[in-house]
Write a protein that binds this ligand. Structure first.
Ligand code: FAD
Ligand code: NAD
Length: 473
């Protein structure tokens, strides 16, 4: 029973868990000739996370920023098996992975275990709530496509409820207060996008309410965008001030209630902020499957940030497991940029490894044939071939992973973006049409397919002409 795999016993089985940045970049770059490749992910698509806040604000259609995983795998030299399922358990000793169909419709088999030779952990991370009461129940996240869609609906619901006749001024004020928790790039970009929605469209669609909409960004640390340079932080904070986005720094959310957020202010006093909607962008935490796997190798896996890997992205203490992206603990930030470079690196590594193994097999066969050779001519021919194979083997070098930082870019609304760039010694903080176009072209060029680029560009054009859609589905 189980899925029909493109199984060839002479080839090693490579199982990739996930279909996000790391996994997709690996899949795009890998030559599948030498492997039985399986991809297992509960989402059968790749999600372009940088544009998720744009979906939440209704600038982009949700389908424009996803790409079916089969779209990427279908042109591979050997077919790749794509399985929509969630990995539940990895057994690093018996080298097996157990996965389950967790979608609403299931066949008679919904869970199975398969062996692997190589396993790539690319399952990303989930949202960190720190166990703060009410976060899970009363806030929207900004991690998955469904989160962005939910936020958009809830935002419009708040507006419609505020427009309901007879609402008291306090209730209108509460319903129109949007609180974003987390001043990292996700929280900042989202606040900027909501502000654009307000300025560009809501002022004309809801003229009586628009000037009462309030956005508050709450951050526990002394500043927003803590990983950006000071100049860019100042620029972001002053832009937000002009945009009337209130920033509360050194302020820690202690509880999220149905209609308010409880915060600890910088002076340690407790305040309750009435609000219509809370968006939680409090950072990452490990997924259960990652955590459980690490617990099986406690001697080597003791970093709370994720799977500890060596310079070749091999999971320490395990045989044949690699970890890339947000589920791994490296010296790099958990970003798409890092995950995609790691995926592409691993694709090259796996090809090199297969090449080396094929040459080793060939050399062993030649050595055996040489030992049994009966004529001088045969011995000469075989030893020449063995020599070539050994020389080729020596040329196959497995080099450690090297990350090349291309810079960090964040859109902060009002056609402004901030960029920390490693070249030109540059921090660029600028606004206006040029920045806006730069931001947009940077994202367009990183989108994986022509299909996505076309859809995103068309959405931008549609919004420019007709504005964002305020019809609530
Ligand atoms: P992901 O891309 O999250 O992929 C994980 C995959 O694993 C998903 O396909 C998921 O469905 C799958 N999965 C989950 N559980 C399982 C399981 N049990 N079994 C199998 N598969 C599983 N970074 C940047 O560099 N630039 C940006 O502009 C940027 N913007 C962002 C905006 C937002 C709103 C967010 C949330 C993040 C942003 N990031 C950005 C960060 C970036 O998205 C992550 O660092 C990146 O997604 C990590 O890639 P990954 O492959 O490790 O994980
Ligand atoms: P993050 O970890 O960068 O930021 C989360 C923020 O939430 C932190 O600053 C933290 O202090 C704050 N926080 C947590 N709990 C809080 C509480 N109870 N009260 C108040 N504040 C609280 O998370 P993120 O913004 O989702 O980013 C995750 C990763 O994705 C990062 O590596 C980031 O660089 C990357 N990313 C990059 C971009 C970009 O480059 N444009 C955009 C989005 C995300």
């Amino acid at each position: 029973p189980g899925p029909q795999l493109p199984f060839d016993e002479s080839k090693k089985t490579l199982v990739i868990l996930g279909s996000g940045w790391g996994a997709t970049s690996l899949l795009k770059a890998i030559d599948t000739t030498d492997y039985n490749v399986l991809v297992i992910s509960p989402k059968n698509y790749f999600l372009f996370t940088p544009l998720l806040p744009s979906v939440a604000a209704g600038t982009l259609n949700s389908r424009s920023i996803i790409q079916s995983t089969r779209y990427i795998t279908r042109h591979k030299p050997r077919s790749v098996t794509v399985i929509e399922a969630e990995a539940k358990e990895v057994d690093p000793f018996n080298k097996t992975v157990t996965f389950e169909d967790t979608s609403p419709i299931k066949g008679s088999i919904a869970s199975t275990t398969i062996p692997y030779d190589y396993l790539v952990m690319a399952v990303g991370a989930e949202v960190q709530t720190f166990g703060i009461p009410g976060v899970q129940e009363h806030s929207c996240f900004m991690k998955e496509l469904a989160d962005a869609e939910r936020m958009q609906k809830q935002f419009l619901d708040c507006l419609e409820s505020a427009a309901f006749p007879g609402q008291s001024p306090e209730e209108v004020e509460r319903l129109l207060h949007m609180v974003v928790v987390g001043g990292g790039p996700t929280g900042v970009e989202l606040s900027g996008e909501i502000h654009d929605f307000l300025e560009d469209d809501l002022k004309s669609w809801y003229p009586e309410l628009a000037n009462k909409i309030k956005i508050t960004l709450v951050e526990a640390l002394p500043s927003v965008l803590p990983t950006f340079s000071e100049q860019l932080i100042d620029y972001t904070e002053s832009t937000f001030k002009e945009s009337k986005i209130e920033i509360l720094t050194k302020t820690m959310v202690k509880e999220v209630k149905e209609k308010s957020v409880v915060v600890q202010m910088p002076d340690k006093s407790i305040a309750e902020l009435p609000c219509g909607m809370v968006v939680w962008a409090g950072g990452n935490k490990l997924r259960k499957v990652t955590h459980d796997l690490m617990l099986k190798l406690p001697e080597y896996q003791n970093d709370r940030r994720g799977i500890v890997v060596d310079d070749y992205l091999r999971m320490k203490g395990a045989d044949g497991i690699y970890a890339i992206g947000d589920c791994s603990a490296t010296s790099y930030a958990p970003t798409a940029q890092v995950a995609s470079q790691e995926g592409a690196y691993l694709a090259r590594m796996l090809v090199q490894m297969a090449k080396k193994e094929n040459l080793e097999t060939r050399a062993t066969e030649l050595a055996a044939e040489l030992a049994n050779a009966t004529t001088e001519e045969e011995r000469k021919r075989l030893s020449e071939q063995l020599d070539i194979a050994q020389k080729q083997m020596a040329k196959v070098k497995l080099r450690p992973f090297h990350y090349s930082h291309q810079g960090s870019l964040a859109y902060i609304g009002s056609e402004k973006a901030v960029a920390d760039l490693p070249f030109m010694n540059g921090n660029i903080a600028s606004g206006g049409v040029a920045t806006y176009l730069f931001w947009r072209s940077a994202y367009l060029s990183t989108l994986f397919s022509l299909r996505n680029r076309t859809l995103v560009a068309t959405d931008w054009l549609k919004v420019k002409i007709f504005g964002r859609d305020v019809a609530r589905e």
